[in-house]
Design a protein. Structure first.
Length: 461
C-alpha cells in the first residue's frame, strides 16, 4: 500500500508515513475495509451470486472510490449479466482513476473493436424494449416471442429472463415460468426478483382433487409488468416500494373500485412509457455511443495530463542543506573530471538554483555552470570533428551549433560550422560557410581560427 500524500510505499506495521510524516491509520483502515468488500464481491461472483457481488462491490466503491480492482470487477459483472452500458461506465471511471497499466483500457478496446458484440448488444436491448412495450399493451404472445429471440442472441441477459418468467406467470404457464426463472437463478443465484417470482408461484399453486397442480388466480398481473418496468429504470428501490403499496391497496381497499383502479393503471402505464422513452434516448444508437466514448476518453486523457502537470508543480522543494550537498558533489566531479556524472547531476543543480535565494550558492552555481557549459561545448566540438573525419557533415554541424549555444566564445565551434557547410552538399552551403568564416574573423581576430578562416575564404573566392 502507498501513502495517499506522497505515494511512498508504507510499512505494514507503521501508522505514520516515513517520508512525509502523514498519519495513515484511518487511510489504511479505509483501504482494508474496501478490499474486504471487494474480496466478498469476488467470492460471490465466483459462486454466480451476481446480485450479491454487485451489492458488495458498490459498498467497496462507496468506501474507496479509487479501488480500481473493485470497479473493474463491477464492470465485468455488469457485462456478464447483459448490462453493457453500465460496464462501459465503470471501466471509463476506472481508467480516469488509473490511466496506466489498467485492464479497463483493454476491456474498452476489446468492446470497441468487436463490432459483432456491439451489434448483438444493441439488437438485444432494442428487442427487449419492444417486448416490454408489447407486454404493457397486452400483446403477451408477441412479447414472449421477442424475449425468446433476445435470449437466443444474448443468453446472459438477466432482465430478459425475469420478464419472460413474469409473462409466463401472467399466462398461467407455471412450468415454463419455473424453468425460465431457474435458468435465471443459475446465472445469478442471488437474484432477489427471480426468487420472489418463484416464491409467488409456489404460494399460488395448489393440488386439486384429481392430483393435478393448478395455479390460483393471480389478482394483479399488470402490476407485475409495471413492477418489472420499474426495475428497468434507475429508481429500483422507490418503485419496488410503490409496487408493494399498490399490492396492499389491491387486497384491502380496491375490490369495490375496479374501474377507478383501471384508470389509475392506465395513467401509471403512461408514466412508465415516458420513463422507458427516456431510457431509450439515453441508450442511443451504436455510432453515437462510440463517438461519445472516444470523446470521453480524450477528455480523461487531458485531465490526466493536467493532473500530471500539477504533480510536477507540487514536487518537494530542495532544502538549502540539500542544495549545498549537490554543489559539493558537483565540485568532486569537476576535480575528478567526471563530466558524465556532472552531466547527470546538472538538472538537480539547476533546480536548486531556481529555488534557493542564497547569494553564495548562486555564485557557486554560476561558476559551475560556466565550467560545465565550456567543457560540454569542448566535448561537442571534439565529437563534431570526429563526424567531419567520418564524412557525416550535417550531424557535425549540429554538434558545432550546440557547442556555440553553450559557449558563445568557442571559436573552434564557429569555424567547425563554417567548415561543415563548406564540405556539405546542403543548399547555399558555400554562402553559409562564408558567413560563419567572416564571423570567426570578426569575433576572434588574431586567433589561429581567424587565420584559418581567412585561408578558407581565399579558397572559396
Amino acid at each position: 500500500m502507498k501513502c495517499y500524500n506522497c505515494n511512498n510505499v508504507l510499512a505494514p506495521d507503521k501508522d505514520i508515513c516515513p517520508k512525509c510524516g502523514a498519519d495513515v491509520k484511518r487511510y489504511r483502515k479505509i483501504v482494508y475495509t474496501s478490499n474486504y468488500y471487494y474480496n466478498m464481491g469476488l467470492f460471490r461472483a465466483k459462486s454466480r451470486n451476481m446480485t450479491g457481488a454487485i451489492d458488495a462491490l458498490k459498498i467497496a466503491l462507496q468506501i474507496s472510490k479509487t479501488n480500481v480492482a473493485a470497479r473493474n470487477l463491477l464492470g465485468l459483472i455488469y457485462y456478464e449479466v447483459g448490462e453493457a452500458a453500465m460496464a462501459v461506465k465503470e471501466w471509463m471511471i476506472s481508467k480516469s482513476v488509473q490511466y496506466r497499466n489498467n485492464p479497463a483500457e483493454e476491456y474498452l478496446a476489446s468492446l470497441k473493436n468487436d463490432k459483432q458484440v456491439l451489434d448483438e448488444t444493441e439488437h438485444s436491448i432494442r428487442k427487449f424494449n419492444q417486448a416490454l412495450k408489447n407486454a404493457q399493451i397486452g400483446a403477451i404472445d408477441l412479447a414472449i416471442v421477442q424475449l425468446k429471440k433476445v435470449l437466443s442472441v444474448n443468453p446472459r441477459m438477466i432482465k430478459a429472463y425475469q420478464l419472460l418468467g413474469l409473462l409466463y406467470i401472467h399466462e398461467k404457464k407455471e412450468e415454463y415460468a419455473k424453468e425460465i426463472l431457474n435458468r435465471c437463478l443459475e446465472l445469478d443465484t442471488g437474484n432477489v426478483l427471480a426468487r420472489s417470482y418463484l416464491d409467488e408461484l409456489n404460494e399460488n399453486i395448489h393440488v386439486d382433487s384429481s392430483g393435478t397442480s393448478v395455479m390460483k388466480e393471480l389478482p394483479i398481473a399488470s402490476m407485475h409488468l409495471r413492477d418489472y418496468g420499474s426495475y428497468l429504470g434507475s429508481a429500483v428501490c422507490i418503485l419496488l416500494g410503490v409496487v408493494v403499496a399498490f399490492g396492499i391497496l389491491w387486497y384491502t381497499v380496491l375490490p369495490a373500485k375496479q374501474s377507478e383502479y383501471e384508470k389509475q393503471a392506465m395513467q401509471n402505464n403512461q408514466d412508465l412509457q415516458t420513463q422507458l422513452q427516456e431510457v431509450n434516448e439515453q441508450i442511443g444508437i451504436k455510432d453515437q455511443r462510440i463517438s461519445e466514448l472516444e470523446e470521453s476518453l480524450a477528455n480523461l486523457e487531458d485531465e490526466n495530463s493536467e493532473l500530471a502537470d500539477q504533480k510536477v508543480q507540487n514536487e518537494e522543494k530542495i532544502t538549502k542543506t540539500e542544495a549545498y550537498e549537490l554543489m559539493e558533489q558537483a565540485t568532486i566531479y569537476i576535480v575528478r573530471e567526471e563530466w558524465y556524472n556532472l552531466y547527470e547531476l546538472y538538472p538537480d543543480l539547476e533546480k536548486a538554483a531556481n529555488q534557493i535565494s542564497d547569494s553564495k550558492y548562486r555564485e557557486a552555481y554560476v561558476a559551475v555552470k560556466t565550467l560545465y557549459n565550456t567543457r560540454l561545448s569542448s566535448l561537442l566540438v571534439e565529437e563534431g570533428n570526429t563526424k567531419i573525419s567520418n564524412g557525416s557533415y550535417v550531424p557535425a554541424i549540429a554538434n558545432f551549433a550546440a557547442a556555440i549555444e553553450l559557449d558563445a566564445n568557442n571559436a573552434e565551434a564557429y569555424y567547425g560550422v563554417a567548415y561543415g557547410y563548406e564540405l556539405s552538399s546542403e543548399p547555399n552551403s558555400n554562402k553559409t560557410a562564408k558567413e560563419y568564416y567572416n564571423m570567426v574573423i570578426s569575433k576572434f581576430g588574431g586567433s589561429e581560427w581567424a587565420t584559418k578562416a581567412q585561408e578558407r575564404l581565399r579558397y572559396l573566392q
